[in-house]
Design a binder for this molecule. Sequence first.
Ligand SMILES: *Cc1c(COP(=O)(O)O)cnc(C)c1O
Length: 388
Amino acid sequence: MKKESRILHAGRHPELFHGAVNPPVYHASTILHPSVAAMEASGRTPFDGVRYGRYGTPTTFAFEEAMAEVEGGGRCVATSSGLAAITGALAAFLGAGDHALIADSVYFPTRKFCDSVLARFGVEITYYDPRIGAGIAGLMRPNTRVVFVESPGSLTFEVQDVPAIAEAAHRAGAVVLMDNTWGVLNFQPFRHGVDVSIQACTKYVVGHADAMLGAITAREDLWHGIKTAIATWGHSPGAEELYLGLRGLRTLAVRLRRHAESALRLAQWLEERPEVARVLYPPLPTDPGHTLWARDFTGACGLFGVILKPAPKAAVDAMLDGYRHFKLGFSWGGFESLVIPTSGNAIVRTACAWQPEGPSLRFHAGLEDADDLLEDLEAGFERLRAGG
Ligand SMILES: *Cc1c(COP(=O)(O)O)cnc(C)c1O
């Protein structure tokens, strides 16, 4: 069965729920046990079956089963947000005296967790140039336990050579954790050497900008340690959020295709504009990451970057403020188009320079008609030229 068909069935067991097409939403904290003996037995294997709300209900298990299908294998642990999945997974592998290598292009809150929490707990952190590839071997230390990749970076869009990085990491005895939020269905982590794949399901899986949810999907042998860490930190997702994640999954493939088609059209159009210095979108043949993207990904999503030629801030602000469709808001992956400015100190780098030629922006192509979106961008450039 093709993957797009498999994710329609994944995690669904109508035979257990009176034939209902979708899994029921279990609102549960307390789970009753029929006897002391049963209660004691459940304590010996706390993650088998339903024991306490925080450890998961049938709604949780349905979502986890389905996410493992999205990632193409392994076993999943659901979390209360994408960031909880990242911090929980890092904390599952790292302790005082360990060393972690983190891509310089990571989602900023990931960096903040490394610097403000892991470093305080005695973990050594080194940031590396995301384009390092096999050269990461030169940064491995005897105590390097984790190599963290995010490809492409969600603000600067560098595509990483994940198989080359994974090979070097494994040779040195480290595990590879990946933020696969951009890849969603289109990067199969376990075929490219990743040990633990993390997604902010808040984005495309939920797909409607109405819930926070995360997922960690790991090689089977790593699952128990991760589940223990997440249960210990208490990062449990809510019942309605899990349901919205399951519901979003059923239309994920068609939505993604439309987001990616529109994004490509907008990116190609933007590339030709005199106001634009560069467009950051790996599906474009002119993107420096295009070759790696074409080798490792089976598709794209709606998120891309634009670097404008130098322009006054007031003019750029006027361009953004006046958009009809591209709304100003954080996050992405919902049905609606979004934009954020990424200039100034929005992008932090410590291992390699990030020097855009002019103001930088991040766009999300939503599900609106692409002609309407192009018209919106065109009118925006008139405001930019008018100077705000
Ligand atoms: C949004 C995002 C996250 C965090 O997800 P939340 O659900 O908002 O906590 C992690 N990684 C990337 C790449 C993201 O864009």
